[in-house]
Design a binder for this molecule. Structure first.
Ligand code: AR6
Length: 173
């Protein structure tokens, strides 16, 4: 099941929230900063033990002071015009995060709009990739609940309109 919410992802009280992190996993601005502030310093301490994360992959930590039990840290691509593997890497962030959640037996997971802030990925193509990747994953794992947490009104409006479109089973990108 896919849900759409406008708001701050730190308020999500399910199994896991996904962090749009950078390769160091040592914090930053945007949603990353908000998650570290809300989780408290133990989150950074656990992140220091992980040794970073390559773009397109994901790592798991506990949630500490957050309502969510776990944080899945994924590293989105920096937008460089679209011909540097950005689309595949963004899709990989969603897929790897979902696979990690599934391996841990987590069922409810919330995503921010990865790469669409500081990393500059255009919002509508990013939303299409996110929705398509999640829909493909849910075909095999229909019991999982995936929430898209949109912080800005523009992303929220894009997701609202794209989620009304029926998935096209023939389009696998
Ligand atoms: N809850 C949900 N979404 C949020 C929140 C929040 N509290 N705050 C911002 N957003 P960004 P990126 C949205 O820049 O583009 C960090 O410094 C925001 O509106 O957080 O993947 C990292 O350390 C936007 O739509 O992440 C990296 O260095 C989306 O989150 C770098 O930014 C992503 O914006 C990653 O850049």
């Amino acid at each position: 099941m896919i849900k759409l919410t406008q708001g701050n992802i730190v308020d999500f009280a399910g199994d896991a929230i996904v962090n749009a992190a950078n390769k160091s996993l040592l914090g930053g601005g945007g949603v990353d900063g908000a998650i570290h502030r809300a989780a408290g310093p133990e989150l950074l301490a656990e992140c220091r033990t992980l040794g970073g994360c390559p773009t397109g992959q994901a790592r798991l930590t506990r949630g500490y002071q957050l309502p969510a039990r776990y944080v899945i840290h994924t590293v989105g691509p920096v937008w460089k015009g679209g011909n540097h593997g950005e689309k595949e890497l963004l899709s990989s962030c969603y897929r790897e995060s979902l696979q990690l959640a599934d391996r841990q037996g987590l069922r409810s997971i919330a995503f921010p709009n990865i790469s669409t802030g500081v990393y500059g990925f255009p919002k509508e193509p990013a939303a299409r990739i996110a929705i398509q990747t999640v829909r493909e994953f849910l075909e095999a794992r229909p019991e999982m609940e995936v929430s898209f947490f949109c912080f800005d009104a523009e992303n929220y409006a894009i997701y609202q309109s794209l989620l009304k479109e029926q998935p096209d089973p023939a389009s696998k990108q």
